[in-house]
Ligand binder design. Structure first.
Ligand SMILES: C[S@@+](CC[C@H](N)C(=O)[O-])C[C@H]1O[C@@H](n2cnc3c(N)ncnc32)[C@H](O)[C@@H]1O
Length: 245
């Protein structure tokens, strides 16, 4: 398992060196607006609804697998006490640079989202988890830990790719080609090619069912379709309500 995460770290670092689109940092305009009370957070192309976040001023927020200089600095500008954890030093460097330039105080930690043992129970008010669970074999292990480190009433906001991203392959033909459903879920990249890329396609049952099984109540759901029409992401908002069972 350790090898899997080492390989993910290497893969991500390489992408960041090549300026992959999701390593684009928050703009100075966005940072300024966040400071003046107009915080806008997004996962890829889709904004997180304002009502999902609520007032985060003074709240303890964990950006889980959330480095890259986008969400964490904006949350800090809006007055949250931010911790960011990520497996990639290069992604974390983006946050370090912005924190230094903007004089923001953030805890920036290199770590694995599957292991939150450095935090006590009920430590955070919010957890923001951008698209990243496709690099983890078992999202349920992450959800359980998130549930533990959130306060009662705490909010977990996540995004992840929908299964359609993994079910289809592009088939070329004389008319230009088409997508065909060829893979069964769950999907693991290593079962289909010999490259070093590691990615898991999880079912919606794994994602939404896993949140529910961990004790969360899901109270928000939205989707975002990217330019390539098979690239579909969802985001969910879940709350730790306490002892409900
Ligand atoms: C698509 S990027 C998301 C970050 C970006 N800020 C965004 O808005 O989309 C996925 C992130 O997950 C991180 N990641 C992948 N596996 C991880 C793990 N096991 N633990 C912590 N971070 C991980 C990657 O290093 C990368 O920064």
């Amino acid at each position: 398992m350790e090898n899997i995460f080492k390989q993910v770290e290497k893969n991500i670092d390489e992408l960041v060196t090549n300026n992959v689109d999701w390593s684009v940092c928050a703009s100075e305009k966005e940072l300024l607006e966040a400071r003046s009370g107009k915080l806008k957070l997004r996962f890829m192309d889709r904004e997180i609804p304002d009502e999902w976040l609520g007032d985060i001023k003074g709240k303890r927020v964990l950006c889980l697998a959330g480095a890259g200089g986008l969400q964490a600095p904006l949350l800090a500008c809006a007055g949250a006490m931010v911790t960011v954890i990520d497996i990639s030093e290069k992604m974390l460097d983006r946050d370090r640079e912005i924190a230094k330039r903007e004089k923001l105080s953030m805890d920036i930690i290199k770590g694995n989202m599957c292991d939150l043992s450095m935090f006590g129970d009920g430590y955070f008010d919010h957890i923001i988890n951008p698209l990243s669970l496709m690099y983890v074999p078992e999202p349920y292990a992450v959800f359980k830990e998130c549930y533990r480190v959130l306060k009662k009433g705490g909010v977990f906001i996540m995004a992840a790719p929908c299964p359609i991203n993994y079910v289809c392959d592009y088939v070329e033909d004389e008319n230009g080609g088409y997508y065909k459903a060829v893979h069964k879920m769950p999907y693991f990249s290593k079962d289909h090619d010999d490259s070093d890329w590691i990615e898991y396609g999880h079912s919606m049952e794994t994602y939404l069912g896993g949140l529910i099984r961990s004790g969360f109540i899901i109270n928000g759901y939205a989707e975002c379709q990217m330019e390539d029409i098979t690239e579909l992401y969802f985001m969910a908002r879940a709350i730790k309500c306490g002892d409900i069972y």
